[in-house]
Structures are given as structure tokens and as C-alpha cells.
Design a protein around this ligand. Structure first.
Ligand SMILES: [Ca+2]
Ligand SMILES: [Ca+2]
Ligand SMILES: [Ca+2]
Length: 374
């Protein structure tokens, strides 16, 4: 049953908090710090320190229900001089760490521990140079500017607990793809932003940990993204492209193309009730010796602030990481609520229905998450 004691306790706790809080004091919510907004930072602000925290409860069919210290992300930004800025983002995920080596249960066999395997990652560490207004050059580790989902992936920006699988774990593009390389972003005023970048990694393998002088390959990926996000306030429409060799011998090309649309109609009409629409479509090809693998997927999301304290959200996604293989398309449907309880604190809940073509499994789930940020 997908609604056990622990979940009921969390819901009761949330309702109790909701009833006891002094609502008018929190109705005017401060805008959350945007860790992707590096270009907006000026050297007069000094060293900055931000981050967010996600504590997660997961109850999925056919799996143990579990609390997860999902992550703590800390972000540091340092202005070096009038035109240069250094920033880094460190992520601690799924701690406490348990050793992977296993342990002897006494029966002579080694049992493998599967829970709580912690991870530390540097998702971003980049030097930015902003020699003139509207332009930022960057080097280092950065989220690959492909699509717009990673802008809203931090817990306090994502309106659901989970992320759309087409952008994360669905085998279409690498999930939260950070890579090493160089690039620039330019704002064309009244039109939008252009990114052009050049990376070690590729869209089939991801990047940072694989491509080095002794691993991956020496091929680089070239990419670009156009966001027409300065035409009308509240509208962002655009396209992304990235392509490079993915194999050890630099023979086979991996390519992804995406289009995105985001409409913040609440901003356009000046009323929180108007919905925010978000959608992305990604298609791609990984060449191979015998056959090429074609991939395709999309998601659409709608959300509305129906009450100063509550936002309702629905998302639908479809993805197929091998179009030549029949009966392996997957669909996901999520419904959620974001409770804006206090400054810098949210409670989110989501119910997700997962449908697998061909091999349907019981894997619907409930996710509840506490999010805090500073
Ligand atoms: Ca490479
Ligand atoms: Ca297929
Ligand atoms: Ca299913």
C-alpha cells in the first residue's frame, strides 16, 4: 500500500505546521537565490555563499519506503576583480556513506550493502570573464547549456520532487550533465541569449569523470543554445544542439537536438493564478558500428499558484531511448503540490504514475520532500 504510517505522519505534521503558522507574515515570499545566475553578480557584493537542502521520503511500489538525505548543495561565488568571477558548486548526495565492499554475514558469503551510498560531486567550478555588458566567457566545469530543465532542477525551483526523465535518467541526454570545457554566453538585448560551448565529453557518455588524458577520447563536443527570452517578459522559446564523437577511437558521432518553451503567464498577466507552462522535446542519435541508436522524448508541465501558500503542478512525459526497438517506450505522469510554508522553506508532495510499454511493472510512487535554501 502506497500510504503507510510514516507518510501519514509527515502529512499530519505538515497540516499541523500549516494550521499553526502566522500566514500573513509569510505570504510575501522572497525570491530564491538562483545559483545559475552567475552573470548577474557584481564585484561589489563580495564573497557569496548559498545553497539548498533536500530531505526526501520515497514510497514506491515493490520497494522499501525510505527516508533519504537526498542532498546538500553549497555554492560559493567570489568576485576576483571588475570583470572576473569564480564560482563553485559542491553537492553531497545520499549520505551517510556505507562502504560498497560488502561485509561478511558469518555464513562465509559476502553480502553487499545497497543503501545510503553517499556521493560528493563538483557540478560546477568555473571562471567567468565579463569584459563588457551582456557577455560572459566561461571555463571550467559547468552544466552543459542544453535545454532549460537544469535551471529549475534545484529543489526550491523544481515544482515537483522528481525531474522529467527525458532530461535526467531516461537515457536521452545525461542527467544533470556537467562537463569540462569553455564557452560563452551573450545577451542580444530585446531578443535573447546565445551560448556556444566546446567540451571534453559527449551526449552519450556525459562528461567530467570519463574524458581525461587517459580515459574517454580526445574528441570534443561542440554545441549551442539559443533562448529567445528577451522578446517578451515571461516567454522563453529556443533550441539547443550538441554533437561530438563518443567512442574511444573517435569514430562515431553522438548528437542531440532540443527545443524548449516556457511561458510564465503569471508574469505576463501579473496574477499568480495564471499558469506556468514548461515543455521540452529532445531527439538524438548515437552512431554505432552496426546500427545507429535513435532517441526521442518530451515532457510538458503546468503549474499554478492557486493560493498564496500552495501551488498545484502536473507533468506528463514520454521517452524512448531506442526507437528501433519496439515496445520500450515509457510514459510518466505526475501530480504534485508545493506548500510555501515559510521563508526559504517548502514542503512538496508528488504522486507519479509510470507506464512501461511491453513490460509494465508496479513502480508508481509517492515522493515527499522538505526543501530549505539560503
Ligand atoms: Ca571526448
Ligand atoms: Ca523504441
Ligand atoms: Ca509501471
Amino acid at each position: 500500500m502506497l500510504c503507510n504510517g510514516a507518510m501519514r505522519m509527515i502529512i499530519v505534521f505538515a497540516i499541523a505546521v500549516a494550521v499553526l503558522l502566522p500566514w500573513p507574515a509569510v505570504a510575501e515570499e522572497k525570491a530564491a537565490f538562483d545559483i545559475s545566475a552567475i552573470g548577474a553578480t557584481s564585484s561589489t557584493e563580495g564573497v557569496q555563499w548559498h545553497g539548498y537542502y533536500e530531505f526526501h521520503y520515497i514510497d514506491q511500489q515493490e520497494k522499501n519506503s525510505t527516508f533519504d538525505a537526498h542532498k546538500i548543495v553549497v555554492w560559493m561565488g567570489v568576485p576576483l576583480n571588475d570583470v572576473m568571477f569564480l564560482s563553485a558548486e559542491l553537492e553531497y548526495e545520499h549520505f551517510p556513506r556505507l562502504e560498497e565492499a560488502g561485509w561478511d554475514s558469518g555464513a562465509g558469503d559476502i553480502d553487499k550493502k545497497t543503501g545510503g551510498r553517499g556521493e560528493m560531486k563538483v557540478d560546477s567550478a568555473q571562471l567567468s570573464i565579463m569584459p563588457f555588458k551582456g557577455f560572459r566567457g566561461y571555463t571550467g566545469i559547468f552544466y552543459v547549456p542544453f535545454g532549460i530543465e537544469y535551471f529549475s532542477y534545484p529543489g526550491n525551483k523544481n515544482k515537483l520532487v522528481t525531474r522529467p526523465k527525458v532530461m535526467k535518467s531516461g537515457g536521452i541526454i545525461p542527467g544533470t550533465w556537467a562537463d569540462v570545457g569553455i564557452g560563452f554566453n551573450n545577451l542580444f538585448e530585446g531578443i535573447g541569449h546565445l551560448d556556444v560551448f566546446y567540451l571534453n565529453g559527449d551526449a552519450k557518455n556525459g562528461g567530467v569523470s570519463r574524458d581525461s588524458s587517459s580515459g574517454g577520447n580526445q574528441g570534443k563536443s561542440l554545441g549551442a543554445r539559443i533562448m529567445l527570452d528577451d522578446l517578451v517578459v515571461g516567454l522563453n522559446i529556443g533550441a539547443s544542439y550538441v554533437s561530438g564523437k563518443w567512442d574511444e577511437n573517435d569514430m562515431y558521432q553522438s548528437t542531440r537536438t532540443g527545443i524548449h518553451l516556457r511561458i510564465d503567464s503569471d508574469k505576463i498577466f501579473g496574477d499568480d493564478l495564471y499558469p506556468v507552462l514548461l515543455g521540452e522535446f529532445v531527439t538524438g542519435k548515437d552512431e554505432g558500428a552496426a546500427v545507429d541508436t535513435d532517441k526521442k522524448g518530451y515532457y510538458v508541465q503546468i503549474s499554478s499558484r492557486v493560493h498564496p501558500l500552495a501551488e498545484l503542478v502536473a507533468r506528463y512525459g514520454v521517452y524512448d531511448n531506442d526507437e528501433k526497438t519496439a515496445d520500450n517506450e515509457k510514459k510518466e505522469t505526475s501530480f504534485g503540490v508545493v506548500m510555501h510554508l515559510l521563508d526559504n522553506f517548502q514542503l512538496k508532495a508528488e504522486y507519479q504514475i509510470n507506464n512501461e510499454e511491453g513490460t509494465e511493472v508496479d513502480n508508481n510512487k509517492i515522493d515527499i520532500e522538505l526543501v530549505a535554501w539560503w
